[in-house]
Structure formats: structure tokens, C-alpha cells
Design a protein around this ligand. Structure first.
Ligand code: SF4
Length: 259
């Protein structure tokens, strides 16, 4: 297996990230680029976490009956959305038969139905459903990422795997220069984001994950937190449709505030 060096994030990005931007035309993109498009390629090629890479590949081979005729993506899943996004959504990990199958964040499972439904309702998506990587769906002003980009067994990445994937999150946040609201879905996403910001020298103070909480950390986008729209939460009533809509209404209101 090829081993990747940690991303070097010390050099500043020359401007807003964009696929094939003027500073990094596709044919000149070095392996370690600071363009979103190049970052996505680095993510797709990543094999830092052997346990997760093996699991994703195995799931892609064995499949489940309802998807047995489909070719699984079975690789790390890059972020998805608008390079000019002001709303950054951070989930946990690709679903084994969701994003690990389709290759797009939150696509192909129940969590995705909740997420894209809300994004459409609040004007961030041009349709209420994300079906596949080539369905033409466009997000406007929103970008979706995950704490880890490979599906973990039992939906539980290890602390080491979260740490290994964190440079990708750091790179995305550095490139998405217009982000004003970060929405963390679930405690692990919340803690990972806060830990990253502390490591970068920001001072979030004493904050903890709570559904509907809103934190204003000096020098950073507003941090919103919500329960993750996993079946475990939505099927049990821990997260209801009105609670979920309220989160997106608040995100929209924050973005509509004059800066
Ligand atoms: S979880 Fe992240 S760091 Fe680990 S192999 Fe996947 S993309 Fe790479």
C-alpha cells in the first residue's frame, strides 16, 4: 500500500478554492495541491487507515442483496458542495451501503434523505434528493463533509482514524474561505471540529455538544450543533422532523444576518 505524507498546510491558498482554478489548472495540479479538486483526488487515493480501507473494499465486494447489481464506490468519499459555501456541514462517516456505495456524501441512505430534504427546503439544493454521483444535483451555498471519509465498521471510527483524517478537514476549512456557519452533526463531529480549532490556537472556551446549541467562537464561523440524522436517532424520536427543520431555519437565518 502506498503511504501518504501528512498534508502540508503551511502554504496559504492563493484564493477561493475552485475546481481547475487559474492557479492550479487540472494538468498542472501537483499531487499535494491546495485546490479543492486536487484535495478531493488526494482523499480518494488515501489509504492511511488500513482497517477502514479493507472494510470499505469488503463491503463493496459482498454488498447487500438490494444493491447486489450495483458497483460500489468502495473508496474514500470526498466532500461535496459549493466551493463558495457559507454553510459547512460536518457529519461522521460514509454509510457502508450509502456513500460507500454511491461515492457522494450522505447519498443512498436515510440520513441523506433527511439532509438533502432539508437542504432543498431551505434553498441550498436544487432538488430534494441525492441519488448518485452523476444525478446532476447542485448545492448552492452549502458544502458537506465528514469526520472520516471511509465507512467504518459499526459506524465507529477509532480515535486514531479520526486523527488521521483530520488534515483533510483542516484543508477543506482552509479552502472554503466564505464559511460563516459550521453545522456539526453529532457529538463526534462537534468534538472533532472543536479539537481542531483548539489545535489551531482558537479558544472555544468551555463548550459541549447539545442539540440546537449555537456558539460564537472569536475569529471563527458560528458553530451550530444538531443530533445526527441517523436512523438510530430519527427512528426513535431523538431527532424529529420539526427539530431538524429548526436547525436549518436557524442556519439560514444566521446566513441572512447582515455581516
Ligand atoms: S478515513 Fe480519511 S485518513 Fe483514513 S483512509 Fe479514509 S480518507 Fe484516508
Amino acid at each position: 500500500m502506498k503511504t501518504h505524507e501528512p498534508l502540508n498546510l503551511s502554504a496559504p491558498h492563493p484564493g477561493p478554492a475552485a475546481p481547475g482554478c487559474a492557479d492550479h489548472p487540472p494538468h498542472l495540479v501537483p499531487e499535494r495541491t491546495r485546490c479543492l479538486e486536487g484535495l478531493h483526488r488526494d482523499i480518494i487515493e488515501c489509504d492511511r487507515c488500513p482497517r477502514l480501507r479493507t472494510y470499505c473494499a469488503e463491503v463493496g465486494q459482498t454488498r447487500v442483496r438490494r444493491y447486489r447489481d450495483q458497483e460500489y464506490w468502495a473508496r474514500p468519499v470526498p466532500g461535496f458542495g459549493d466551493p463558495e459555501a457559507r454553510l459547512f456541514i460536518l457529519g461522521l462517516a460514509p454509510g457502508a451501503h450509502g456513500a460507500n456505495r454511491t461515492g457522494r456524501m450522505f447519498t443512498g441512505d436515510d440520513s441523506g434523505r433527511w439532509l438533502y430534504g432539508a437542504l432543498y427546503e431551505f434553498g441550498f439544493a436544487d432538488r430534494p434528493e441525492s441519488v448518485s454521483r452523476d444525478d446532476g444535483l447542485t448545492l448552492t451555498d452549502a458544502y458537506i463533509s465528514n469526520v472520516v471519509r471511509c465507512a467504518p465498521p459499526g459506524n465507529k471510527p477509532s480515535p486514531g482514524e479520526i486523527a488521521a483524517c483530520r488534515p483533510f478537514l483542516e484543508a477543506e476549512l482552509a479552502m472554503l474561505t466564505r464559511v460563516r456557519v459550521v453545522l456539526a452533526l453529532g457529538r463526534i463531529a462537534f468534538d472533532t471540529y472543536v479539537r481542531l480549532r483548539r489545535a489551531q490556537g482558537f479558544d472555544p472556551g468551555r463548550i459541549d455538544f447539545r442539540h440546537g446549541a449555537e456558539y460564537r467562537i472569536p475569529g471563527l464561523p458560528v458553530l451550530l450543533s444538531s443530533y445526527h440524522p441517523s436512523r438510530q436517532n430519527t427512528n426513535t424520536g431523538v431527532l424529529t422532523a420539526p427539530m431538524w427543520r429548526e436547525i436549518f431555519a436557524r442556519a439560514r437565518a444566521l446566513l441572512d444576518e447582515p455581516s
